[in-house]
Design a protein around this ligand. Structure first.
Ligand code: UD1
Length: 416
């Protein structure tokens, strides 16, 4: 990447990765065909389609539309497919709901810290499932699934995929399930809307209490995935960083309220319509204090990108990570580019510098790699971001989209 180019123009926001993955998993709940639109072309989505295929579903993809027909399903998702993506764990709920059993490899060590699935499993147990861990697999078995009241909050608050998983099992349970302390993220609402189109009876998604009336079976449905608020937020930061005017089309400003507020506090102006946002970059950020929280708070998935923005400028910013306290892999790489950041427990203390300098850096996870690209946009000279496969997991053609706005990024295959 050659830094220092102003970005301007319009960028189209893709469908949400974190909505598409559980919605694709939910297609396993019916024998009928489901048609999902606005599915982003990402490696995580390809992994999910591979898992569906392995489980016996017929999967077709034509540009942004995926058609899934899971007439018959097997109930075992193997390690070699599952290990590539932690979100594969969200096939547990639909398989349990439909077949009353499921075996999925336990997600392995994760680079953003210890990421247990204890709350998912507690939820399944409350519905009547027996859980066993054998040879690295988690086996969930419930000859009968019965609705229950399930408290789903853990040490770090609510769980997004845990809420999704339990909701997907409970839609086909006998009786009523109440998820207390449910995640309120827009992606949970999107999944609930899809489930309701399939004939489920889910109420309260988007609030802390979700009530699910079990039904006997679900049918096929057609659905369009919501826009990706994290991709949108990343482009908002790119616009702020580059100091020009960028319009995001097909975005949902309501889902980005806290990101907009954080950027406004840092001194940027944002114009909003029903489905677009325009960010007016005007120089260096003011220092701010930022804390990640569950939705509607500031998203952890935007924390690394904000660290990249706040690295430049005057004053001291603090960024506290409350969801994944160890999620700071980007900090050491940003420091290699000249950032002045120190870590105190789960808080990054960022002393703004006048300039960042290009350097070879290593991507470690999805959002950390986005932060490095954002740092490269503003750095003097050339930045080389290695292991960009991390970024392809969650950003559709980020290099092409940024280049269309005026960035200078080249994708190079490294030998060996
Ligand atoms: C989802 C998102 C991810 C985002 C995260 C938090 C997808 C595919 N991924 O991940 O991009 O960063 O939400 O917004 O949607 N926890 C437990 N026990 C559990 C489950 C979670 O203690 O059983 C903890 C986690 O370690 C973490 C916190 O709860 O500290 C929130 O995690 P969770 O909401 O479950 O994240 P994911 O759903 O995996």
């Amino acid at each position: 990447m050659h830094g220092g180019h102003k970005l301007s123009g319009t960028v189209n926001i893709s469908g949400s990765k974190n909505s598409a993955l559980p919605i694709l998993a939910a297609t396993l709940l019916t024998k009928d065909e489901c048609v999902i639109h606005h599915v982003p072309d990402l490696s995580d989505v390809h992994f999910m389609l591979q898992i569906l295929d392995h489980l016996g579903a017929q999967v077709e993809r034509a540009s942004g539309t995926v058609t899934v027909k899971a007439e018959k399903v097997t109930t075992e998702a193997p390690y070699d497919v599952v290990r590539k993506m932690r979100a594969s764990v969200c096939v547990l709920g639909p398989l349990l709901g439909r077949e009353r059993e499921a075996t999925v490899s336990l997600p392995g060590g994760c680079v953003i810290g210890d990421r247990p699935i204890d709350l998912h499993l507690k939820g399944f147990e409350a519905l009547g499932a027996a859980i066993r861990v054998v040879g690295g697999d988690v086996k969930v078995l419930a000859p009968q699934l019965r609705g229950a009241v399930i408290p789903m909050t853990g040490k770090f608050g609510s769980t997004v995929l845990g809420t999704d998983n339990v909701m997907m099992a409970a839609v086909l349970a006998d009786g009523t399930t109440v998820i207390d302390g449910a995640a309120e993220e827009p992606e949970v609402v999107d999944l609930a809307n899809f489930l309701n189109k399939m004939g489920a009876k889910v109420e309260g998604a988007g609030s802390r209490r979700i009530i699910i009336e079990g039904v006997k079976e679900l049918h096929g449905a057609e659905h369009e995935v919501i826009p990706d608020r994290i991709e949108a937020g990343t482009f908002m930061v790119a616009a702020a960083i580059s100091g020009a005017e960028v319009k995001l089309r097909r975005a949902n400003p309501a889902h980005l309220a806290t990101v907009s507020q954080a950027l406004e506090r840092a001194g940027y102006r944002i114009q909003v319509t029903v489905n677009s946002l325009t960010v007016l970059g005007n120089g260096e950020p003011h220092s701010i204090e930022l804390t990640t929280e569950t939705y509607p708070g500031f998203p952890t998935d935007m924390q690394a990108q904000m660290c990249a923005l706040l690295s430049r400028g005057q004053g001291i910013s603090t960024v506290t990570e409350n969801i994944f306290p160890q999620r700071f892999m980007h900090v050491s790489e940003l420091k290699r580019m000249g950032a002045n950041i120190s870590l105190e427990n789960n808080t990054a203390i960022i002393n703004g510098v006048t300039a960042l300098s290009g350097a070879p850096v290593m991507a470690s996870d999805l959002r950390a790699s986005a932060a490095l690209v954002l740092a490269g946009l503003q750095a003097d000279g050339v930045t080389e971001v290695n292991r960009v496969y991390h970024i392809d997991r969650g950003y559709e053609m980020i290099d092409e989209k940024l280049n269309a706005l005026g960035a200078q990024i080249e994708r190079v295959k490294v030998k060996g």
